[in-house]
Design a binder for this molecule. Sequence first.
Ligand SMILES: Cc1cc2nc3c(=O)[nH]c(=O)nc-3n(C[C@H](O)[C@H](O)[C@H](O)COP(=O)(O)OP(=O)(O)OC[C@H]3O[C@@H](n4cnc5c(N)ncnc54)[C@H](O)[C@@H]3O)c2cc1C
Length: 283
Amino acid sequence: MKISDIIKQQERTLSLEVFPPKTTERYESVQKSVMEIAALKPDFMSVTYGAGGGTSMFTAKLAKEVKDVYGVTAMAHLSCISSSKEMVKEQLNSIKALGLSNILALRGDIPEGFSTDELDYHYANELVKEIKQFDDFCVGGACYPEGHPESGSLTEDIEHLKYKIEAGCEFLTTQMFFDNSLFYKYLEMIGNAGITIPIIAGIMPITNENQVERTLKLSGAFLPKQFIHLLESYSGNAGDFYKAGLDYAVKQVRDLYEHGVKNVHIYTMNKLEVARAIQQAVE
Ligand SMILES: Cc1cc2nc3c(=O)[nH]c(=O)nc-3n(C[C@H](O)[C@H](O)[C@H](O)COP(=O)(O)OP(=O)(O)OC[C@H]3O[C@@H](n4cnc5c(N)ncnc54)[C@H](O)[C@@H]3O)c2cc1C
């Protein structure tokens, strides 16, 4: 089923994101975690894409297993910046052959030391266009409530989203954020810019102290006072940190639904207990 149809038909959705293994040796254990999460039967699931390397094919393979074994609609992420046109074609052929109908089209981060002149792709809108020309996929894209790190301003970043939408992008999933008020402001800006496609709010439960530094560095997200309080109060106490981090994410999701946000996506980090606890707490 297409995610655009699920969003249209349902009053609200809760979807879950998982990631594939980095090595072939890790496939079975990651597959087990992903399947346990799929058994929760979320409204849909997405599987991230690690650009390049020999394991990029695991994304579509895991998405197919989620769909076939549990009947959960699945979406394969696909990034283009480190790929040639032929490589993207190859991925699209295998996504199609596996019977998947949803793709999250991403540019990916520019690898260090790369000259962008030599690349086949520069922005996600080029990939969206190509996917739409290739077949009748439902295509989503990424957006950034606090602005993408490379963009000059949030307004400019929002203007750039229009290229993806013109190319056929049907919904946008946000980067993680920890302050809902920034997201509500963003929705207003998006609306004022004339963007009307659904925006899916991406929430990352921080349940482990080791996650903090890397996650925050990658997302560049603003940390509200309550969140800093959580980090400080439970530092060194793994059990309480877990509970407080989960509680923070649950409150964020409840607040989003209460503010009329219809679609929420959880970055599960392949953690079954986190996915289950959030699902139970908000449904
Ligand atoms: C929900 C979500 C899921 C993700 N999943 C993955 C994943 O599975 N694998 C992975 O490798 N990465 C993933 N990422 C990270 C993503 O690849 C990076 O954030 C990347 O730096 C930008 O990708 P994008 O698709 O948003 O790029 P784009 O939409 O191309 O935007 C990149 C920058 O270019 C600007 N821009 C866009 N179009 C134009 C244009 N036509 N002209 C001029 N400027 C333009 C934008 O304002 C922005 O600053 C994900 C991000 C999110 C939010």
